[in-house]
Design a protein around this ligand. Structure first.
Ligand SMILES: [Fe+2]
Length: 384
């Protein structure tokens, strides 16, 4: 009888576990935004779902033994039912790793305003984790990849063996896909191939020129939210302050390739006005190290293309005056370094190859860049 009861209990618990695993996540989760006291989780479900995130400290305790705060996806105070989700978790401590589960209830029938019908609530089975940023941390560690252009195999090889828990964040430095004819292209080729890594670190997306191509380019905020009216913002980790910029498209707005759809001069003009103020912020100026992340490098060469010239002539003087120590870029599909003073740049500009991974460590004022190939072989080290 005792054996029968044990088996029955096991069957019951196992069935519950199976039900709990039914939250139908199609892509994700990934963390596109993190700061000292909050983070944002995005994910995609197969069907319209009322979504929330459950959070617990990553302190070895049983996730189910404690009361866990729920953070719902809402719009103006009401929960929403969608397939593309974004939930912000707030009230956290700096420099602390948290476990979280993405959860939801499928929408069965939403036609009656007073009795919306949902399916069973369910969560992701294994908690994922993320660590909040901390301006007082002694170091800042991050990894950069760029110009992947949906080459899943190369992307996976570059990040093979990297652990999310070993870095403060991953930087996707633009042109991760070639276009967004369907936004699924970004979900499928940017997040899915490295999901294991993204289960334990934030992913900072620096928009490249290719992300704005394709009919569903306007759904890119589902992958990475806008900041300050565009994809430009600042953040801080340990000794390093970051300014992330968006160079827009690389050719003139009038180029036939854009067929009258481009208005990037206007976009860059607004961004430049924001930048002039952002870099004067005392919190940004107080950082021992200041780094600019931008897909298109602000270096000079003979046959410089239109957008690069605009960035070089309009943005570079502002960054020089702001005391930037290093610019990290992509776009050229090869490793190129423009040392300080090669052009008008008063800081080095390092362009990462499309076939290399860059691991960056900042300790105090010391910046170390290590470059690896697809086999994981260390190719070179730069120190600034
Ligand atoms: Fe590019």
């Amino acid at each position: 009888m005792k054996r029968f009861l044990t088996a029955a209990l096991c069957l019951f618990v196992c069935t519950l576990a199976l039900q709990a695993a039914k939250h139908k996540v199609k892509y994700g989760p990934w963390v596109p935004v993190v700061d000292e006291t909050s983070f944002t989780v995005n994910w995609v479900t197969e069907v319209p779902t009322q979504a929330w995130v459950e959070v617990a400290p990553d302190d070895g305790t049983n996730f189910y033994k404690m009361e866990r705060p729920r953070f719902y996806e809402t719009l103006g105070g009401r929960t929403v039912t969608r397939t593309s989700h974004s939930v912000t978790v707030t009230g956290l401590k700096p420099g602390t790793r948290y476990r979280y589960k993405v959860c939801g209830r499928e929408l069965i029938d939403g036609t009656n305003s007073y009795s919306v019908v949902f399916g069973q609530p369910a969560c992701s089975y294994t908690p994922t984790t993320v660590k909040t940023l901390d301006a007082s941390a002694p170091t800042c560690k991050f990894t950069v990849v760029n110009d992947i252009h949906a080459r899943d195999a190369v992307y996976k090889q570059l990040l093979a063996g990297k652990k999310g828990t070993d870095m403060d964040f991953l930087v996707m430095n633009g042109d991760m896909v070639s276009h967004n004819i369907h936004i699924d292209t970004t979900f499928k080729h940017v997040f899915q191939p490295v999901q294991e890594l993204l289960n334990h670190t934030a992913a900072i997306y620096v928009r490249g020129n290719h992300e704005s191509r394709g009919e569903e380019f306007d759904r890119f905020p589902e992958a990475f939210p806008m900041h300050n009216g565009g994809w430009y913002f600042t953040f801080r980790q340990g000794p390093a302050a970051f300014v992330v910029l968006d160079g827009g498209e690389d050719k003139p707005d009038s180029d036939v390739e854009y067929n009258g759809t481009a208005a990037f001069d206007q976009y860059r003009a607004a961004e430049l006005e924001w930048l002039k103020t952002a870099v004067k912020d005392p919190a940004f100026q107080a950082a021992p190290v200041k780094i600019c992340l931008i897909h298109i490098p602000m270096s000079w060469y003979e046959d410089i293309w239109y957008a690069q010239r605009r960035l070089y002539e309009d943005f570079l003087p502002v960054l020089n005056a702001a005391g930037i120590n290093l610019m990290i870029s992509g776009h050229l599909h090869k490793y190129v370094v423009s040392e300080k003073g090669e052009g008008n740049n008063s800081f080095p500009i390092v362009v990462n190859s499309n076939n290399e991974r860059m691991d960056v460590t900042i300790e105090g004022k010391k910046i170390t860049l290590r470059f690896y190939d697809t086999a994981g072989k260390l190719l070179r080290t730069l120190n600034y």
